[in-house]
Write a protein that binds this ligand. Sequence first.
Ligand code: AMP
Length: 424
Amino acid sequence: MKFRRPKGTLDSVPPESGHRQAARELFGRLCRLAGFQEIGTPTFEHTDVFIRSAGSGSDIVAKEMYSFKDRAGRDLTLRPEGTPGVVRAVLENGLRLPCRLFYAGAFFRYNQPQKGRCREFHQFGVEALGEASARTDAEVIRLGHEFFRHLGIADCRLVVNSIGCRDCRPGYHKLLVGYLNERRDRLCADCLVRLERNPLRVFDCKNETCHRALGAAPVPRLHLCPTCAEHFAAVLAELGRLELPFAVSDRLVRGLDYYNRTTFEYLSDALGAQDSLGGGGRYDYLVEEFGGPATPAVGFALGLERALLAVPAAPTAARLPLVFVVWLTEADIPQAQELLARLREADIPARIDYDASLPAHPKKLKHQVRTADAARARGCVIVGGEELGRGACGVKDLATGVQTEVPLTDVVERVRALLPTASA
Ligand code: AMP
């Protein structure tokens, strides 16, 4: 083989590509039901967009961005996450606030690839801009949870936390810095930098020694101002009302500077070390930071690759909503083509094996059956012979092998019944 894909990237090939498409459609449907509209932003942005939002001390900005200069010397970066581009686009296009938006697309981070961690990956995300209520936090949290539930991930666990606001965070930071300064010798080099730039980040460190050093560190949730405490209590009450099981995780701070108040994550035990299916939080200052009006906001990003890893494996032999129109002799091909067009017009995926008529394939019928099988078609419609003389054709269920004679006029309906999902 001459070429291989770059490290950390994945090909999406059938049948997995079909699962991706189905997940994308499910996500879009759930978002639209909750009043979110789709937004698309460029795959790369000016590098400053990400530095201003995630923070220069975040792992993403410091270590993981694919940044480059274009031929005119502009500093550009392949997007490592969705929210900054969405906020920029909302302001640049003058969208009216409040607005609810969702997106799906490819994102890029230069990290060490492992199961569930790639350098190019796909996220589905929502942003509710201009909504301050704790009920919105809970509604957004539920939307992500619903997506995983509909996908069939039964073990999706929800953890939530609050990291306070501009008012209560400085006081809390002082406490945390004081605590960590006494344990500087036990912190890794990265955490010493975090300590200067954004001490909350130390909670994100994967290093065991740092973890232990954090032992009895003060946690944000226990140092919230009364308004943040009230907001968090309201989020939890609403999650309770929605009957969404959750656990409070004091150390869930999330790795981006722009979060405040509510943070949350969806976890799955099926994933191994990279156990986060998705996460999000409130970011009430980001729109202002980008030069817009003060705008409360909350959103999440879900990882598609991890979601698909966590879905219980589908039976691989499953057949697709696809039929083959099989012809018996060359003379039957025009009639077969007419049927093919009727099926496609009725939204039923259908194919015909034209190559079977080439001289290289003397066994015409056998070739077509093999092609249909390789394509994992659910059924075939057989055109020709005596049946055609009676104004009928054969409809064969390739999963069961059962074949019935069907009048030509009823073929579309009969095939639709065979493929319930084809026309859904
Ligand atoms: P984050 O933007 O880091 O909060 O990530 C949100 C979700 O995106 C995570 O929970 C993962 O499901 C997914 N994700 C983030 N980084 C990667 C990656 N490098 N490879 C695959 N999925 C990722």
